[in-house]
Design a protein around this ligand. Structure first.
Ligand SMILES: C[S@@+](CC[C@H](N)C(=O)[O-])C[C@H]1O[C@@H](n2cnc3c(N)ncnc32)[C@H](O)[C@@H]1O
Length: 446
C-alpha cells in the first residue's frame, strides 16, 4: 500500500490555520488524518482540506482534534521540582501575603492534561498552608481535550504518573484502587476542571471562574503553538491574572515573546512572570521587543559605567546581589552587575551561569548556549547547567544538542551520591535530577 503523504507546504498551512507549530515528527499522523478528513468531507485533495481549514470557523471546529493529534498529553506528579520550589518558596508565600485579608486563593493550571499538575498544586497547598481550612481555595484545571479532562476528574493513575516521586508522597495521598492509585478525596475536592481552548475560545469569563487568578501555571503547552497563537493566548491568559499575580511557564516557553504587562522574575530554577500593578514603573526596557532575539546585542546594552560598583565587591556577595536583582525582574541591572563579575572573575562558573540565565531570559538563546558551554568547560560537574543547556537548545530547535546535553549531564552526575541535593535546586536530589534528565532524553528521542 502506498504510504499516505502530504507535502510540507500543505502540512505547514494546516498547522498555521490552527496555530500549531509544525514539527517533522508528526508528519505521518497528520497525513493519515488529512486523508480521512478529505473522505469524510468529500474534499478532493489534502490541498483542498488545507484551503477549507483556512476559514477561521472551520479551524475552530477542527482545533481540538488536531491538537489531540499533534500535541503530547505527557504529564506527571511533582513535575519539575525546581520550578515547584520556586512556586512554594516565592510565589505562594508572596501570594498568601497579598491575599491575607481576603483569604481567597485562585489557581489555574492551563493545559492540565490528565490532572497531575492541578492535583500537585492541591497537595502543595495542603503541605504549606497550616490555616488552609480558613481560606477559600479554587484550583481550576483546563484543557482543550475533553477526553483527558474526563480522566482528570476520576483522579485514578498508573505508576508512570509518579515517576520521580518519593514513595511517601504516594502513600500519603493515594490509595490502591483495582491495580491503580486513586487520589484522596480531600485533595480532589479543591480542584475542578473545565474545557477551554486557550487560543480560540473567548475569555476571560467569570462563567468558568477563570477571570481573577492569583497564580497561573501554563507549562509545556506553548511549545506546541506557533508565535501568533502564543501571543493570542498570552494576552487572554494575562487578562485573567490579578494585578501582582504570577504566571509560571515551562523553561524557555516565552522566549522572544512580547509580554508588556508582565515582569520576568528570574530564579536559578525557573523564570516566572508577575503581572504589573497599575502603580508599577516599567522594570525592563519596553516596548514589546524587550525579550526579542533581535534586540541589541547583550554586551552593548549595558555599559559597565552605568552601574558598576566603584570597588570590586566580594564575589559571592555580588553574585547574590545580582541574583536578587534578577529575582526582582531588574534584568538590566542584574546583567550589568554580572558583566562586572565576569570581568573580575573570568573563571568563576557561577557568574557565567547567571549570565546564561539572564541571556536566556532576554531571548538570546544562542548567546546563552555559549555561556553555558563556558560554565561546563570551567566546571564539568555543574549539574544544572546541563539541564539548562538542553532547555536552551530546545528553544532554538537544536534537538541533537539538547539530547547530548542531557546525556552528558547523566554521565557527569553519575559520581554524585544519590541522596545529595543538587546545588541551585534546593529540594532536588541527584537521584531525582538524573531521573528528570532520563525522562527528557526519552521524550526528546520520540
Ligand atoms: C504536555 S501537556 C502539559 C501538561 C501539564 N501542563 C504539564 O506540564 O505537565 C500539554 C497539554 O496542552 C493541551 N493543549 C494543547 N493546545 C491547547 C489549547 N489550545 N488550549 C488548551 N489546552 C491545550 C493538550 O491537550 C495537552 O493536554
Amino acid at each position: 500500500m502506498t504510504p499516505l503523504v502530504i507535502t510540507p507546504e500543505v502540512a505547514q498551512k494546516i498547522c498555521q490555520s490552527v496555530g500549531l507549530r509544525m514539527t517533522s515528527s508528526n508528519d505521518s499522523h497528520l497525513a493519515e488524518w488529512v486523508h480521512a478528513r478529505c473522505q469524510e468531507r468529500h474534499l478532493p485533495s489534502p490541498e483542498a482540506y488545507a484551503s477549507w481549514l483556512a476559514d477561521p470557523l472551520h479551524a475552530l471546529q477542527e482545533r481540538e482534534a488536531l491538537s489531540k493529534l499533534l500535541t503530547s498529553h505527557e504529564t506527571y506528579f511533582l513535575r519539575d521540582r525546581g520550578a515547584l520550589d520556586v512556586l512554594r518558596e516565592h510565589i505562594l508565600k508572596d501570594t498568601l501575603a497579598q491575599k491575607k485579608e481576603q483569604r481567597s486563593l485562585n489557581i489555574w493550571s492551563v493545559g492540565c492534561s490528565t490532572g497531575e499538575e492541578p492535583y500537585t498544586l492541591s497537595i502543595l497547598l495542603e503541605e504549606n498552608m497550616s490555616d488552609l481550612g480558613q481560606w477559600q481555595v479554587d484550583i481550576l484545571g483546563s484543557d482543550i481535550d475533553s477526553a483527558v479532562l474526563t480522566q482528570a476528574r476520576q483522579a485514578v493513575y498508573r505508576p508512570w504518573s509518579f515517576r520521580g516521586c518519593p514513595p511517601e508522597f504516594i502513600t500519603r495521598y493515594f490509595h490502591a484502587d483495582n491495580g491503580y492509585l486513586k487520589l484522596m478525596a480531600h485533595i480532589m475536592d479543591r480542584v475542578r476542571f473545565e474545557r477551554l481552548d486557550i487560543v480560540g475560545d473567548v475569555y476571560p469569563t467569570s462563567v468558568k471562574g477563570m477571570a481573577h487568578a492569583d497564580i497561573i501555571l501554563c507549562r509545556n503547552v506553548f511549545i506546541y503553538l506557533d508565535d501568533a497563537a502564543i501571543q493570542t493566548a498570552l494576552k487572554k491568559i494575562t487578562a485573567c491574572l490579578n494585578e501582582g499575580g504570577y504566571l509560571l511557564c515551562g523553561p524557555g516557553e516565552l522566549q522572544a515573546q512580547a509580554h508588556p504587562q508582565l515582569v520576568p522574575r528570574i530564579f536559578p530554577q525557573a523564570m516566572v512572570f508577575q503581572k504589573k500593578t497599575i502603580a508599577d514603573q516599567p522594570v525592563v526596557a519596553e516596548p514589546s521587543h524587550t525579550l526579542a532575539p533581535h534586540a541589541t546585542p547583550y554586551v552593548t546594552q549595558h555599559t559597565a559605567a552605568q552601574t558598576l560598583p566603584s570597588t570590586p565587591a566580594e564575589p559571592t556577595t555580588t553574585l547574590a546581589h545580582a541574583w536578587a536583582l534578577a529575582n526582582r525582574g531588574d534584568v538590566a541591572q542584574a546583567s550589568a552587575m554580572c558583566d562586572t563579575l565576569i570581568q573580575q572573575h573570568p573563571f568563576d562558573p557561577h557568574a557565567h551561569y547567571l549570565h546564561a540565565v539572564l541571556l536566556f531570559a532576554q531571548g538570546l538563546s544562542v548567546q546563552a548556549r555559549e555561556s553555558l558551554r563556558r560554565v561546563l568547560y570551567l566546571d564539568p560537574l555543574f549539574a544544572v547547567a546541563y539541564l539548562m543547556l538542553s532547555d536552551v537548545c530546545m528553544a532554538i530547535d537544536d534537538i541533537t544538542c539538547a539530547l547530548k546535553s542531557c546525556e552528558q549531564g547523566l554521565k557527569a552526575t553519575s559520581i554524585q551520591a544519590e541522596e545529595q541535593r543538587v546545588p541551585y535546586f534546593k529540594s532536588v536530589t541527584y537521584l531525582e535530577f538524573r531521573q528528570h534528565l532520563q525522562d527528557r532524553i526519552v521524550s526528546l528521542a520520540q
